[in-house]
Design a protein around this ligand. Structure first.
Ligand code: N01
Length: 544
């Protein structure tokens, strides 16, 4: 038994672990490392056969970063930063998966990870101050602390079409892509969904498919990624610049290398605005979305300007004017949903082997043994790809039977919307810490993960040093944070649009209406709040 287990276990209670971590993605891996450094006995339960989380599951063709590779990796180890070379400015999924496997090997993490172990339930025992975690195979594991590292976009959702099981060809959700390569040559392929995943898939599949039909219900505003290989000189410069790169990520609004321009749209002349938009459209990465004028996502007239600019780009790139108009969003402005970054996506629709179907005007009615049927036509396919997204933010929690004090389920607790303290703790669910829980700061995800893991680890060290075995967010702290998250989301055009960012997923019962699902303030403000809680000795928590 580990030193900390001996110190903290209640007499008569059997603890299997000091901490159980659910998930071996980026957050689970880093949390395991930190807990181990504290001398804790830890078990990570992972549903997949390998590490990597998002990068393990999302093997669909064309999957890659939309944020700069060197701003995305872990920053905590200088040695790791020295050792690893990103090959492209926006790395493809297989490379990121290799990177996370290297992390697991380098820090010898695998020995504490149990693969093919999906957590079915986690129940709190108040008398023992423990969590009992039950896996799908029925095995039960008792731990003092429970740390969820289950991701934000990890619960894939399929449409609820009739006849989905009857299809005789191949069909996959992009987040459940097979480990073996899929050959599209000469095949009739359908892609349903045109979010960031659909866009990446479509532009790749269109290269080899015999024929590709894209079913688009809502067009999204996409912008060029401008990816390219990292040269040797750039590699050397990136390595030398890592401290500056990560410092910048600490200072920007959402931890990206890009941050809003301090000017308002109409503070500059029409010519200057156009020149700035052109510059952003020609620059790599998220600049056009998160590096645009500061009022782009709050001022309707400002938002219309950039929307018109991007609409014209689409018209210039797509030859058939009717198809171009179909690809221009009408129900939301630029950037009010996550902007998919693309590489010759719009040009795909100039190819003779690609057809765009408006599945709002002619909805898909059923999947058939040979393809699918819309309200006005029958289509035959060899492969159907569901790029239909995720039950975001709370979906992965809903899929586990999590019960806190008095048997209260987390689903019941969050029936009227998520309520958390800093996205990390929930009242009535003591000793449960969420990495990337609802209402936490998201943005450049690994930066948020590193911060969340360090914050939770510091709290656990604080408790360890004082022999404390129970931590719970106070009702006041949860109320204050929830109110703040709601207030800071007011006035944002993003919150007036249906998307995973507003908690809407019509494939899931009960997720039809918008909620404030994300913290939409700045990352520095988020960290300042969290840091204050720590420096004030965790007064916002009940510790015992
Ligand atoms: O999911 P989505 P995603 N019938 O929800 C359509 C991150 N990400 O997997 O808009 C017909 O955005 C749905 O239509 P509509 C990124 O944060 C990152 O693409 O609801 N269509 C929509 O078009 C992203 O935002 C990277 O009308 C149906 C699509 O499916 C997030 O993941 C790469 C339907 C779902 O789009 C989610 O993106 C990829 C139905 N029944 C993703 N149900 C990186 O760069 C759904 N749709 C790292």
């Amino acid at each position: 038994m580990s030193a900390s287990l001996e110190a903290s276990a209640d007499p008569g209670q059997t603890l299997d672990y000091d901490a159980i971590v659910i998930g071996a993605g980026m957050s689970g891996l880093f949390q395991l490392l930190r807990l181990r450094e504290m001398g804790m006995k830890v078990r990570v339960f992972e549903a997949g056969t390998g590490v990597g989380g998002t990068w393990y599951w999302n093997r669909y063709p064309g999957a890659r970063f939309d944020s700069e590779s060197y701003s995305y990796g872990f920053s905590f180890s200088k040695e790791l930063l020295e050792e690893w070379n990103w090959s492209e400015h926006f790395a493809p999924q297989p490379e990121t998966l290799r990177y996370l496997n290297l992390v697991a090997d380098k820090f010898d993490l695998r020995r504490d990870i149990q693969f093919q172990s999906r957590v079915a339930a986690a129940h709190w025992d108040e008398a023992a101050r423990t969590w009992a975690v039950t896996l799908e195979d029925g095995s039960r594991h008792v731990s003092r602390f429970l740390i969820t590292a289950i991701g934000v976009l990890s619960a894939p959702t399929l449409p609820r079409f009739e006849g989905m099981d009857s299809f005789r060809g191949l069909s996959f959700h992009t987040a459940r892509w097979p480990h073996e390569p899929v050959d599209f040559a000469g095949k009739r392929v359908a892609v349903i969904g045109t979010g960031a995943t659909g866009v990446q898939t479509i532009q790749e599949v269109a290269k080899t498919a015999g024929h590709l039909t894209v079913f688009q219900r809502t067009p999204n505003w996409c912008a060029p990624l401008h990816n390219r290989k990292i040269t040797e000189e750039e590699q050397a410069r990136i390595k030398a610049d890592y401290p500056t790169i990560f410092q910048r990520c600490q200072e920007t609004f959402s931890c990206f290398l890009h941050t809003p321009d301090p000017r308002g749209t109409f503070e500059v002349s029409k010519e200057e605005r156009e020149a700035f938009y052109e510059e952003l459209y020609a620059s790599p990465g998220f600049g056009i979305w998160v590096g645009n004028f500061k009022d782009t996502l709050t001022d309707r007239a400002a938002n219309k300007e950039i929307s018109d600019f991007v609409a014209n780009k689409i018209r210039q790139r797509v030859k058939d004017p009717k198809v171009a108009e179909m690809l221009i969003p009408r129900n939301h402005g630029f950037g009010t949903r996550r902007v998919p970054l693309e590489t010759r996506y719009y040009e795909v629709y100039n190819q003779p082997n690609v057809l765009l179907v408006d599945s709002k005007a002619t909805p898909i009615q059923a999947i058939t043994p040979t393809g699918l049927r819309t309200s006005d036509a029958e289509y035959d396919f060899d492969i159907i790809i569901y790029a239909t997204g995720f039950d975001a933010l709370t979906g992965a929690f809903d899929r586990i039977d999590i019960r806190g004090e008095g048997g209260l389920t987390l689903r019941q607790k969050w029936a009227q919307g998520a309520q958390t303290m800093l996205g990390m703790l929930v009242e009535d669910f003591p000793n449960m810490f969420m990495l990337l829980g609802p209402h936490t700061a998201l943005g450049n995800i690994p930066r948020s993960i590193e911060y969340n893991v360090e914050w939770v680890s510091a709290l656990l060290r604080h408790m360890q040093a004082r022999g404390l075995t129970r931590a719970e967010a106070s009702a006041q702290a949860v109320a204050a944070w929830t109110k703040h998250v709601k207030q800071i989301g007011a006035g944002l055009l993003t919150n007036e649009v249906d998307s995973w960012m507003t908690g809407v997923n019509r494939n899931v019962e009960g997720k039809e209406t918008r909620v404030i699902a994300r913290y939409s303030g700045s990352a520095p403000d988020y960290r300042a709040w969290c840091d204050r809680v720590a420096t004030e000795g965790y007064r916002d928590l009940a510790l015992a």
